[in-house]
Design a protein around this ligand. Structure first.
Ligand code: OGA
Ligand code: MN
Length: 203
């Protein structure tokens, strides 16, 4: 089980965002919560509730498996206790960020994502051409005992040819400025589960 109290963790994320524009926390999500979320994601996948993810927004959205191959389901509050608990954590984080960075973050949209073996998401920025509300990206990983040789890294492009790879290990939370950092998801040899979400500001 994780032992760090939650409040200093929020403070560290806010601090990292202010100084670097991104933050990686390896023990953000309590272990029992990642287990429940992974189970629920698998269950929804088995019931055919996850759909191939699209590129773009609204009517312009199209599925392109040579760009991204994950399956997703958007999350709503009020259907599952573990999902609600996760959304509660994100709400606390939103408040903490707003108190300090004055970004005017208004809401949080998020989805389960399942990348089957071999699936990837090519290098991109998390901003739509016609909508700049997405401000901060948060990715929570749900994969217990992920091994480096299983691939599936989130590769962050940090400028000056610097890259930073993040293993999609359970309990890890990655937070970054959506418009600032190009990133990609590398293919893995096993199912790769996560919850990806965005804090959005007013239109
Ligand atoms: C995305 C994305 C990263 C990850 O869904 O836009 O970049 O590690 N996800 O799953
Ligand atoms: Mn992305």
């Amino acid at each position: 089980m994780n032992t760090l109290p939650i409040a200093p963790l929020f403070a560290r994320i806010v601090d990292d965002l202010a100084t670097h524009g991104w933050s990686q926390q390896s023990i953000f999500i309590p272990t029992d919560l990642t287990t429940q979320l992974a189970k629920e994601c698998h269950r929804r996948a088995q019931f055919g509730q996850l759909e191939p993810a699209a590129i773009g927004r609204g009517r312009a959205a199209i599925v392109h498996e040579n760009i991204r191959g994950d399956h997703i389901q958007w999350l709503d509050a009020g259907h599952h206790p573990a999902v609600d608990r996760y959304l509660g954590l994100m709400e606390q984080l939103r408040t903490a960020i707003n108190q300090t960075l004055f970004l005017g973050l208004e809401d949080f949209e998020s989805h389960f994502a399942l990348y089957p073996p071999g699936a990837f998401y090519k290098k991109h920025l998390d901003r739509f051409r016609d909508d700049d509300r997405r401000t901060i990206t948060c990715v929570a990983y749900l994969n217990e005992q992920w091994l480096p040789e299983q691939g599936g890294e989130l590769r962050m492009y940090l400028g000056d040819k610097r890259v930073h790879d993040v293993l999609p290990q359970a309990s890890t939370l990655m937070v970054f400025m959506s418009a600032q950092w190009p990133h990609e998801v590398l293919p893995a040899t096993r199912d790769r589960l996560s919850i990806t979400g965005w804090f959005r500001r007013r239109a």
